[in-house]
Write a protein that binds this ligand. Structure first.
Ligand code: NDP
Length: 451
């Protein structure tokens, strides 16, 4: 019997850095989880001897492939596509597809790693994966996007399946792109199965899937505020992003009585002191999706608002903040500003939007701070419900799904509280989410032996 390997945290992280050179996002994500897991597994021999954390931090596989397509001018274009299948201990791999020029192996490995814990937290049987391409949909015609999606799926189809790996949308991939990819999958395989989620309602999609991530992040926020006897009525909120997650988070904040002051995109942020109400949110949705406009144009449409070019919104005083754009968009200095301005709670709609410095600031200030793997799990949870509906060949009603989403977010909050409650009653949601997510996956892995 081999002697178990009780490496300490610095040695473990050294190994992760050495094995994953030039992959800073992946190393950052592993470090954030490992900081909490090392304490938790201290006295748990099985997790050490079976090298569970080491195994979860090594993807089951990373598939990388060439994607060729032809643009409208007849030029041949070449992109790189990926699927990272991180861990399927508790169910088929599940996680979105991202089309953005910043996509690389590091970004997708971090996202697939995070997804593994997030999916476990939902309580549904889903493993963790993520995929995408450095294809930039901005400025492309609909036909170009269609040809790219078809070419991407022409390789991806070999690696996915309703019981193998079920991708969904993410940055740059919405209902339209899912439709193009599903059409190509069906054409190649001659099979109609629930191989993708986020599908249109006409062909197996689920009600409230587009809304679920943003709404879920606000339900989680409401759960956090409730632990302090507060709710969202009259609270001011700053939100980054103006895509799917940001606009739906804004919608739910307004519905629950809050006032949204900001939205943003990669060009800068808009600050509307009158509040971004439901009508204005609808304008943003149409402007960004159908007119493919920029958030700067909001200030032309609503003259009381101001546009701040090249800036993030974290300096605007607020009660609550929801980063809903992308990774590492809220840095340590921003976190200090938020705390100094009296921000009570931060609920992440995006994945890893706060850098490690920022996470440490929120933890030290005892801010009600929810990491994305807990607070943005509503999207994948409803994707899980879409899979169930596809398998059973039925659809649930909107009210039923709304209630299930609320219950799932409350369940995730309770799991975080179970493992994250500190002496004095403060809940460390990062720790709670990391341990609860890890434990479920780890215990399944123990059952399988060394595989
Ligand atoms: P969208 O493509 O709909 O919107 C992304 C938004 O973020 C846009 O406003 C975009 O601005 C902005 N953005 C992207 N990159 C940057 C950047 N480098 N700097 C500043 N702003 C940026 O994506 P989603 O709303 O679906 O996703 C947003 C986040 O939520 C991501 O982190 C994603 O992983 C996460 N998430 C999404 C889920 C979902 O169900 N869709 C589920 C769980 C998490 P611009 O238009 O200028 O690019």
């Amino acid at each position: 019997m081999a002697v178990s390997d009780h490496v300490d945290f610095p040695t473990f992280m050294e190994g992760v850095k050495k094995r994953n050179p030039h992959q800073p996002e992946f190393v950052q994500a592993v470090q954030e989880v490992a900081e909490d897991i090392f304490d938790f597994i201290e006295d748990k021999e099985d997790y050490h001897s079976e090298q569970i954390l080491r195994r979860i931090a090594e993807p089951d596989r990373v598939v990388s492939f060439r994607v060729c397509w032809e643009d409208d001018n007849g030029n041949v274009r070449v992109q790189r596509g990926y699927r990272v299948q991180n861990n399927n201990a508790i169910g088929p791999y599940k996680g979105g597809i991202r089309f953005h020029p910043s996509v690389n192996e590091s970004v997708l490995k971090f996202l697939a790693f995070e997804q593994t814990f997030k999916n476990a937290l939902t309580g549904l049987p889903m493993g963790g994966g993520k995929g995408g391409s450095n294809f930039n949909p901005k400025g492309k015609s609909v036909r170009e996007i269609m040809r790219f999606c078809q070419s991407f799926m022409t390789e991806l189809y070999r690696h996915i399946g309703a019981d193998i790996d079920v991708p969904a949308g993410d940055i740059g991939v919405g209902g339209r792109e899912i439709g193009f990819m599903f059409g190509q999958y069906k054409r190649i395989t001659n099979e109609f199965t629930g191989v993708l989620t986020g599908k249109g309602m006409e062909y197996g999609g689920s009600m409230i899937r587009p809304e679920a991530t943003g709404y879920g992040a606000v339900y989680f926020l409401a759960n956090m505020l409730a632990t302090k006897g507060m709710d969202l009525t009259g609270k001011t909120a700053i939100i980054s992003g103006s895509g799917n997650v940001a606009t739906h988070a804004a919608e739910k904040i307004v519905q629950l009585g809050g006032k949204v002051l900001t939205l943003s995109d990669s060009g800068g942020f808009v600050h509307d002191p009158d509040g971004i109400d439901l009508e204005k949110i609808q304008w943003v949705k149409e402007h960004k999706t159908h007119r493919r406009g920029r958030i700067s144009e909001y200030a032309d449409a609503f003259p009381r608002a101001t546009f701040h070019e090249g800036k993030t919104p974290w300096g605007v005083p607020c009660d609550v903040a929801l980063p809903c754009a992308t990774q590492n968009e809220l840095l340590g200095a921003d976190a200090r500003t938020l705390v100094a301005n009296g921000c009570i709670a931060v609920s992440e709609g995006a994945n890893m939007p706060t850098d490690l410095d920022g996470v440490h600031v929120f933890k030290a200030a005892k801010t009600l701070y929810a990491p994305g793997k807990a607070s943005n799990a509503g999207g994948v949870a409803v994707s899980g419900l879409e899979m169930s509906q596809n398998s059973a060949r039925r659809s649930w009603k909107e009210e039923e799904l709304q209630q299930m989403l609320k219950d799932i977010m409350s369940g995730i909050h309770a799991r975080c509280a179970e493992y994250g409650t500190q002496d004095g009653g403060h809940i460390d949601y990062v720790k709670g989410a990391n341990i609860a997510g890890f434990k479920k996956v780890a215990d399944a892995m123990l059952a399988f032996g060394v595989v």
